[in-house]
Write a protein that binds this ligand. Structure first.
Ligand code: GLU
Length: 537
């Protein structure tokens, strides 16, 4: 065992360049002046290059709670794993979330820069801060250098497995825990790599109870692992950075993925040894998917819909995705929306009690429905504008078509967009192109015509077309137009439905289309006549 003085000496030896102390650091991060009940939350992704749709979900949780309580949301980048990092990883996160309207009050805005006075907001720029806290812990006997090599760690693990006991560096297995200062000094002379570990004083036999804001009261065993706090390159582990960053940044609620729940005992010990007030936790279950009737995690490897890029590339409306996400966060959102038509989404307040503790199901069919419903509420001009914004990046042909035929395209998009039968056939902007196929001859010509001869005989179709051409008048109003359909049917002794179907197929090559009268109005006289003439039964 080392004495207090020896620990102080050891701290100096390990961190000769740390000249400031914990007190000074704490002064640089004063308590936030916020109103009672204001929540400060952070979203803390690692810049690995892949944006999971779960990131949008977590980002939304943090920003919503902050906004609805007049608090602060922070985007903190956790780039302590240099091997997993990619170029432009931060921008990818910032822009990916911005694409869904998720923006933070503080934190990183691009690769290097952050906004706010509680930064730096990227962990690689905070190494000197972690060193100050590590030095402090060493000087108090709560942390120590460990020189175990990876081979030694591996053989320790094998031995533990052979003995059938817990693996890891703890208790008597933690060889350097109580090493004398002399031995440490000797080892340091060898210039070998070493890490800084926690000197755990927990006892696995003891349990404690804590309240998780989503899981409720949970009883856990104390930590007794001497976890690594600083790696040999001076970078902190997640475990060490978490209490330090969240405390300094004034976080009031730690919302994070469920995968961190098992580390709570270690984090509780670290908060205590660092002399920090414990910040409440809310562990969010991962998004799930039904696969063959079984629930499993939405997987980056197996499910294309797990990637944020999937929604961006297909042109999902951001509002529809947000509404669906809100519904996953708190399943009372649908009801709220129905009862509060006309209110903005910002008026819906999310609550921890309403989170799904068992893992919320992410259902693309429901998401599609919400997006359809949402696009149905937009005007033709809005659909046009959003589709163009999307197409400029993802579909050059559609972008030129929209650009070159603005008024005509808006008229097409306006079909069945007013009145009580609003069309709901666009889920995402990728689908918009299909709306134009029948309205542009070059696309129309390439399209195969559906065959209705089993419903309306070839002869009858021919007769319908020749009679209808004679009475067709583009300026007819809806009633007159329909009167003429009936008249042709009476003349030929068939049903008005047969007449309408034949004209529909002649003009659109499809049996199912939006309102035929409106289609005719948009196509215009010349196209209608030419297609009727060209129709090959
Ligand atoms: N960087 C961690 C992760 O991506 C953050 C966890 C947390 O939010 O505390 O899992």
């Amino acid at each position: 065992m080392r004495t207090n003085d020896e620990n102080i000496e050891l701290a100096e030896l390990l961190f000769p360049n740390v000249t400031t102390n914990v007190e000074n650091i704490l002064k640089e991060y004063p308590k936030r002046e916020l109103k009672e009940g204001a929540m400060v939350l952070r979203f803390a992704p690692s810049p690995t290059g892949f944006m999971h749709i779960g990131n949008v979900y977590s980002g939304l949780v943090a920003t919503r709670f902050a906004k609805q309580t007049e608090g602060v949301s922070i985007l903190r980048i956790e780039d302590t794993d240099k091997e997993r990092e990619i170029e432009n990883g931060v921008s990818l996160i910032v822009n990916g979330l911005k694409g869904f309207g998720i923006e933070f009050d503080e934190g990183m805005v691009d690769e290097e820069n952050g906004v706010g006075v509680y930064g730096p907001y990227i962990q690689s720029q905070r190494l000197d801060i972690y060193a100050v806290f590590a030095k402090d812990l060493v000087s108090k006997g709560y942390a120590y250098p460990c020189f175990l090599s990876s081979e030694e760690l591996e053989s320790m693990r094998e031995e533990q497995e052979k003995l059938g006991i817990r693996t890891g560096c703890y208790g008597k297995w933690a060889k350097w825990r109580d090493a004398s200062l002399e031995d440490i000094k000797e080892e340091m002379k060898k210039n070998l790599k070493f890490v800084i570990r926690l000197y755990s004083t927990g006892n696995i036999e003891n349990s404690f109870t804590m309240n998780d804001l989503i899981k409720g009261n949970v009883t856990l065993r104390e930590n007794d692992m001497d976890a690594v706090l600083l790696k040999s390159d001076g970078y902190p582990t997640y475990h060490f950075a978490h209490p330090i960053d969240d405390t300094l940044m004034g976080i009031t609620h730690v919302t994070r993925g469920d995968e961190w729940f098992s580390s709570v005992p270690l984090h509780v010990e670290l908060f205590s040894k660092l002399d920090f007030k414990q910040i409440p936790y809310a562990h969010i279950s991962p998004l799930m998917k039904l696969d063959d009737g079984k629930k499993r995690k939405l997987s980056k490897r197996k499910d294309p819909e797990a990637a944020v890029s999937y929604y961006v590339e297909k042109g999902y409306p951001k509002q529809g995705v947000l509404e669906y996400m809100l519904n996953i966060i708190n399943s009372n959102f649908y009801d709220w929306k129905l009862q509060n038509k006309g209110l903005s989404l910002d008026d819906f307040r999310i609550r921890f009690e309403k989170f799904n503790n068992a893992g919320a199901l992410f259902d693309v069919v429901k998401l599609n429905d919400m997006c359809k419903e949402y696009i149905a509420t937009l005007s033709a001009e809005e659909v046009y504008k959003n589709a163009l914004d999307w197409a400029l990046t993802f579909d050059e042909d559609l972008a030129s078509l929209l650009n070159e035929n603005k008024d005509y395209c808006i008229r097409v998009l306006n079909i069945e967009r007013e009145g009580d039968r609003i069309r709901k056939d666009i889920v995402k902007y990728e689908d918009v192109k299909d709306q134009f196929v029948i309205f542009f001859d070059n696309m129309f010509e390439q399209y195969e015509c559906e065959d209705i001869s089993d419903r309306v005989s070839v002869d009858l179709q021919k007769n319908i077309i020749s009679k209808y051409i004679n009475v067709f008048d583009i300026s007819n109003d809806l009633d007159t137009w329909f009167g003429k359909i009936k008249e042709v049917a009476e003349n030929l002794g068939c049903k008005p439905g047969d007449v309408a179907m034949t004209i529909r197929v002649a003009l659109t090559k499809r049996t199912r289309t939006p309102d035929l009268y409106q289609i005719i109005q948009v196509l215009g006289k010349d196209t209608v006549i030419s297609r009727l003439n060209k129709y090959q039964v």
